[in-house]
Write a protein that binds this ligand. Structure first.
Ligand SMILES: NC(=O)c1ccc[n+]([C@@H]2O[C@H](COP(=O)([O-])OP(=O)(O)OC[C@H]3O[C@@H](n4cnc5c(N)ncnc54)[C@H](O)[C@@H]3O)[C@@H](O)[C@H]2O)c1
Length: 364
């Protein structure tokens, strides 16, 4: 088992990573129970696929399930109300630990519910998608989507523990797995060139589920996120903004495709990273060879790496217009994460959206 600690003073917590951890969940979660039970928020797909496994792993601990429909629509005011009401009906107390058992949708929804119910109770993340294991379960960002946009209502609320069992990914479909893999690659691109080079060699094994390679990929990515979150928990110094590499372009692509199955978040991040590198080359910050290498790796990993394959070429103005609604805009400007090289992402607050639109108009 690998252990990563996120050091945030009194909000510090451990991330445990290991194959089969959920089968021994009772050993790891016993210290977080009250009256021998745990409230577990999950979605219908995850609960029907993996709920019995969690319950068996919990042993004598009783799991009290709060189940929402699978899919992003549950990360809404209605979904939040249902979860909060269900937790209150089940007698949740401030000292309780709510378990978020699912992908990023469940983690964000359950985490936000935990942040506000009884003015805040504790929670534990047991992520079941690759994206959630390497990204959303760590760092304490919780939110729901509202009419004005995605993730616009939420709270920073750090979990008390994150339990990552890579074997849970065995039932995840291949496309979701690849989408999560894009976030793993992102950590190499941001500040860990040797990790990117390892992924060029071993990414196939990570995707294929080779146990040692997959666990190593997850652990390095989680460690990368933990270190950045420690330095900038609430995204105030700019350090945490580096995690948005590929996301400003990616969100524009997701908005244009209606946040639908046409383009999963991780797929948008993959193409977004390619565009961020290409744009960095155009601005003379990055060598063309690095950008080509990034594109090659995403293509080799079965992820989208061109606008044209998604039917999104030649609409630069429309894509750039979506960036005006980016929630990370400050003083009317969108912050872009560019790259000097693979492993060296940089923040740039001085980019004109008109330049981005022209670049996207030409990009294929
Ligand atoms: N808080 C953060 O820092 C952060 C970061 C990135 C993304 N997010 C959020 O995460 C969400 C996306 O997360 P996601 O990609 O995990 O999607 P998701 O939670 O919707 O899961 C994707 C699908 O996979 C199913 N599923 C989950 N685990 C499974 C398993 N082991 N086997 C079979 N099916 C399984 C789910 O039921 C769902 O249908 C978005 O809402 C996004 O905004 C949050």
């Amino acid at each position: 088992m690998d252990r990563v600690t996120v050091s945030l003073g009194e909000r510090s917590y451990r991330i445990l990573i290991g194959n089969g951890l959920v089968d021994r969940a009772g050993d790891h979660l016993a210290g977080f129970t009250r009256n021998g039970r745990l409230l577990v928020v999950s979605d219908e797909t995850v609960w029907s696929t993996l709920g019995a496994r969690l319950q068996t792993g919990l042993g004598d601990i009783e799991a009290v399930p709060v189940i929402v429909p699978a899919g992003e629509d549950s990360k809404s005011w209605a979904g939040l109300r249902f979860v909060v009401d269900s937790l209150l009906s089940a007698g949740v107390e401030r000292s309780d630990h709510v378990v978020a058992f699912g992908g990023g949708m469940v983690g964000d929804l359950a985490g936000f519910a935990a942040a506000i119910v009884n003015r805040g109770c504790r929670f534990i993340q047991v992520p079941t998608t690759l994206l959630a294991q390497v990204d959303s379960s760590v760092g304490g960002k919780t939110a729901i989507n509202v009419a004005a946009g995605k993730n616009l209502v939420g709270a920073f609320h750090q979990p008390s523990l994150v339990l990552i069992d890579p074997l849970l990914l065995g039932t995840l479909d291949d496309r979701q797995l690849r989408a999560g893999y894009a976030e793993i690659v992102k950590y190499g691109l941001i500040e860990d060139r040797p990790f990117f080079e390892w992924l060029e060699e071993q990414g196939g094994a990570v995707l294929a589920g080779e146990p040692a390679a997959r666990t190593k990929g997850i652990t390095i990515a989680v460690n990368g996120k933990a270190r950045i979150v420690e330095e900038d928990e609430r995204e105030t110094s700019g350090r945490r903004a580096l995690l948005n590499l590929g996301h400003t372009f990616g969100h524009a692509l997701e908005a244009e495709t209606g946040y639908s199955d046409r383009l999963l978040h991780g797929e948008a991040v993959a193409l977004g990273c390619v565009l961020a590198f290409d744009f960095s080359v155009e601005r003379d910050v990055c060598a063309a060879e690095d950008a080509a290498r990034v594109r090659r790796h995403f293509v080799a990993s079965g992820l989208p790496a061109t606008l044209s394959e998604l039917g999104l070429a030649g609409i630069g103005d429309r894509l750039a217009a979506h960036m005006v609604h980016d929630k990370k805009r400050e003083g009317g400007r969108t912050t872009f994460i560019l790259a000097r090289s693979i492993g060296q992402a940089v923040m740039d607050k001085a980019i004109e959206l008109a330049d981005v639109a022209r670049f996207l108009e030409r990009a294929r």
